[in-house]
Write a protein that binds this ligand. Sequence first.
Ligand code: ATP
Length: 609
Amino acid sequence: MSNAVATGDIKFIEVVKVLESIEATTQRTVMSRLLSSLLKKTPPSVIDKVIYFILGQLRPDWEGVELGVAEKLTFRALSNASGVSLKQVEDLYKRLGDVGETAKRVISMRVQQGGGKSILEFLGGGGGEELTMGKVYDTFMSIARASGEGAQDTKVKLLTYLFSRAKPEEAKYIARFVVGRLRLGVADMTILDALSDAYKVPRESLERAYHIYPDLGYIARLIAQEGPAALSKIRVTPGVPIQPMLAERLSSAAEILSKLGGIAMVEYKYDGERAQIHRTRDGEVKIFSRRLENITHAYPDVVEYVKEAIDAKEYIVEGEIVAIDPDTGEFRPFQELMHRKRKHDIKEAMKEYPVNVFLFDVMYVDGQDLTNLPLIDRKRKLLEILKPSEYVHLATWRIIDDAEELDKFFHEAISDGCEGVMCKSLKVDSVYEMGARGWLWIKYKRDYRSELTDTLDLVVVGAFWGRGKRAGTYGALLMAAYDPKTDQFYTVCKVGSGFTDEDLVKLRQLLDQYKIPHKHPRVVSKMEPDVWFVPAVVLEIIGAEITLSPLHTCCAGSIRPDVGLAIRFPRFTGRYRTDKSPEQATTVDEILEMYKSQRKVKIEESPNP
Ligand code: ATP
């Protein structure tokens, strides 16, 4: 190959330069502009590779393709490629604490010393060739595919090859990518915006495609190669997860019924893990989580249960996997399911933490996309294909048109160990609304009255150093809610209570991986914490109430000019929402809704409104 970039590829250094600029900006608009101009100049045949790279993934999450490269292996490759000893590389890493900066330094040492040639010869490379996005990505894929005996050595060799050719700043991003710490804070929504701008495609058509087929690389390449009209070809496909439908929340039975037109299908709301279960034409069963990760490996028993209980060749059904006490049949806490995620001792975990599945929806059966059918027809279909067993059940449900009866059913659900009920619209337009949080489904959970009626899942965007007993850890965290309209995070409270000593240590370790020197461009804040983070970690927070606050940016101006909403007396519940991405956190609109309904309750309860 000559020095020139093959047509249909882009120099890797061009992508790297954009990533450096993204890392340097604190403004969302600049970030979008940079991304969109990069996508515009990227040739269609590698646009998918550029997008996966920026997202820090090899393929969409749900495919579960992993590089399998640990830090140690990366250091070996760096050492091989540079002639710098392994010990020196590791020492440098200990000092810098960032694998990217370490790689950059090590490779610049090679460049200064003119080293690394021998390894190129050893690998049969021509030397001097510039890296392209295509080449980097394809090498990553070969690294991911290396398996079996000698896999580690093959991975090191391939990585050595990349580092040998890389410029120092290229090495920085290659190293971060392979150890899974690219962490630019670019989300799928950010890419959708950039694509919409670069290819002049309406945001709605892109979103529709993304809800049905959440693979941004695929979508981008389709538009780039065939034009935006090709998006209409995208169909619901077993094996490819769709974005889950989400629920709004209300805290009174009467309000719920009136919102749903006086009648609803009310179901138990199980407290487990949401599961989208697919069976593909070739008989393979795959299970996807709430955030569309492939979690099949954690539930081999569920795979067998559904094969037995569902009578259809190809399908997509949805339900909740719940931990069960095998002796009493009672539900166990949601946290028990986390043990299932330990990949190594899954057989042991299966015995120790048995589960049942409660199905509540069906989206596809034998060639037929059911997402546009009203709920009652989908339920009918579910009843048709399901032969309930000891392990697979239909979620308990009832059709209710009376507030008192709804409350009674709600209490039954609670005493049966559920979190509350889900109330679902029965109207003709009660379709399965992918990726939307709408009023077709309303959750009705235990009502704390004096406290907030529900917990919030908020994103950590900054932290304040602890003092006294908390010195050396973060004493308080700056938390934010998400606004899908602007794809940004708005601060809503500073939380310092509810953390155990272990939490404080764990959070320091967890958060430090996301530390950045300035505010992230997707964060909107009036506060200046001691440390800023890439929005990544989601924590469950409970508070006393939602109040007006000039200090926070959440819903600023919605109630009063320049005044936002804040959570009063916020407290960490102890639940790390690793099952949620930052974009699945509580939204600013939900907080506004909670503020309004709380005011309504107060007025109703006050003797002199
Ligand atoms: P959300 O999923 O709405 O973002 P969340 O993860 O915090 O929020 P909840 O607010 O408690 O969860 O409620 C929604 C979840 O309830 C669903 O994602 C699903 O996992 C679970 N669920 C349990 N039973 C049902 C049911 N019968 N129908 C729909 N969802 C149910």
